[in-house]
Design a protein around this ligand. Sequence first.
Ligand code: NCD
Length: 327
Amino acid sequence: MSDYKDTDLDQNIKKSDIVSQKHLRHFLDIEDLPKSLILDILDLAESFAGVSGQPVKKVPLLRGKTIVNLFFEASTRTRTTFELAAKRLSADFLNINIDYSATKKGETLLDTLRNLEAMHCDMFIVRHPSSGAAKFISKNVSQNISIINAGDGRHAHPTQAMLDIFTIRKYFPDFKKIKVAIVGDILHSRVARSLMHALRILEVPDIRVIGPQTLLPKGIEYMGVTPYVDMDKGIKDCDVVIMLRLQNERMNSSFIPDEHEYYNLYGFSPKRLDLISKKGIVMHPGPVNRGVEISSEVADGNRSVILQQVSNGIAVRMAILSLSMQP
Ligand code: NCD
């Protein structure tokens, strides 16, 4: 990606990306979204949740619009739930597999974009290994195209955070009363970063991040969270525990001794279920590495809401696509 500058890293969503309380130009990050807009998106998603249960799983909201999945990084859940969300809104939908695209033949990202623009697409859903890539693309497409960030490097994964809080609200409607822990590779996780922002905006009073010192960013307290290196202490009495995968593809050196040792210290084993609150739930954005960060018994057990997160992803993404589409 020769035309991408690292100075674009970690730039926040600009206020100008929020066109009005009910309309977004792009959906790039969560950290500057007003609480009221986040709650509106959750409510809108609630109204879309019924569509997936209907015999005809479609509403005509985005008929005549063209949405393109532009994925420069592997994905299963995110890519497919965006595709289903777009199709359930009746949009025309295209999956561009970058492995087979001209980018592999040396075409620059901007040239690829110009060509897609020439095909009169209305929205690009972008996943990219570089932090700031979605922002960069949003600055370089024409006015009438919306960009949705489907995960950029270790920076942000705002639609995942939205579906996570949507899932939490099903079990705990009052965000101001819960304790939430995020466990694992906080350092490399865009999911953790977006979630911390979302939980802070929703005024969750007790947000904990748990992991080995090497995987906890220095100064993380500034995000309004409490760090723990001891998992048993960290998850004690929590209502929600979100487990994360080790992002081996983003590590350039060894951050943990070995996976067996990691499981003993930070894996969600069945006996750790006794430590969380009685009605506590276990979440995971996927892909799950069984026996590394979570045991099969917990992942498949009755406190796990992992597959509900996947289903909820469709309704939440329908809400975000419909709010971001230019009229
Ligand atoms: C996450 C991602 O890609 O950031 N997964 C997802 O979107 N469902 C988390 C991960 O890869 O570990």
